[in-house]
Design a protein around this ligand. Structure first.
Ligand code: PRP
Ligand code: URA
Length: 213
């Protein structure tokens, strides 16, 4: 793990880098892309949940009584920014199957790059839960900033943001808007191009995941 920006953890584990390189390759199939995203999601979740509080629990093994530890408090909420967030969500649910799920419907207008909201549904007790907001791409960060604003508006206080790729421009904008929200990413790329795409990036995450282009 490395930290080039305050509050931003780059999960640069060899398994993550290996899988990400295959995902970036334009020859990788839709099926392969989706599978790799699911696998990397588990590895990102492992880091994003590292500091969750634990509480003690008395149990009996077949041999003796012992004090174990389990995650304290209410179940986690994963908040997926549609639609590409759902690709990460699958792998995150593999790791924490009991998590609750919020859906935030947003797409970015291709001309203005501004987010357009079309759907929101979340558990109503967000203020009592840790919320992990997920979207593979943090480009301009317009979508992520709007999604986290929405979650805060519904009461969420303990929020983390998990993505696969981030642009430096997006990180700076996101951290300025939400300095209380730590970011976990597999890589920070070079820059955004004139159309707001991450370079070198991997293209349009939603299209590559669902085969829509
Ligand atoms: C992509 C991506 C993010 C957003 C990132 O979604 O999944 O949500 O763009 O860009 P930004 O940081 O500049 O806001 P897109 O709008 O293409 O929608 P989709 O997931 O439905 O394909
Ligand atoms: N959304 C994507 O899917 N890819 C990018 O590079 C930027 C925004």
């Amino acid at each position: 793990m490395s930290q080039k920006y305050e509050g931003v953890t780059v999960v640069d584990h060899p398994l993550v880098e290996h899988k990400l390189t295959i995902m970036r390759n334009k020859e990788t199939s839709t099926r392969g892309f989706r599978q790799l995203l699911r696998e990397i999601a588990g590895l990102l979740t492992y880091e994003a949940t590292r500091d969750l509080p634990l509480e003690e629990l008395q149990i009996e093994t077949p041999l003796t009584a012992m004090t174990g530890r389990k995650i304290a408090g209410k179940k986690l909420v994963y908040a997926s920014i549609l639609r590409a967030g759902n690709g990460l969500l699958e792998g995150m649910l593999d790791l924490v199957p009991s998590a609750r799920v919020a859906h935030i419907g947003l797409y970015r207008d291709p001309e203005t790059l501004e987010p357009v909201e079309y759907y929101f549904k979340a558990p109503d007790d967000l203020s009592e839960r840790t919320v992990i907001c997920v979207d593979p791409m943090l480009a301009t960060a317009n979508s992520a900033v709007a999604a986290v604003e929405k979650l805060k508006g519904r009461g969420a206080k303990d929020i983390r943001f998990v993505c696969l790729l981030a642009a430096p421009e997006g990180i700076e904008r996101f951290r300025a808007a939400h300095p209380d929200v730590p970011v976990f990413t597999a890589a920070i790329d070079s820059h955004l191009n004139d159309h707001g795409y991450i370079v070198p990036g991997l293209g349009d995450a939603g299209d590559r995941m669902y085969g829509t282009k």
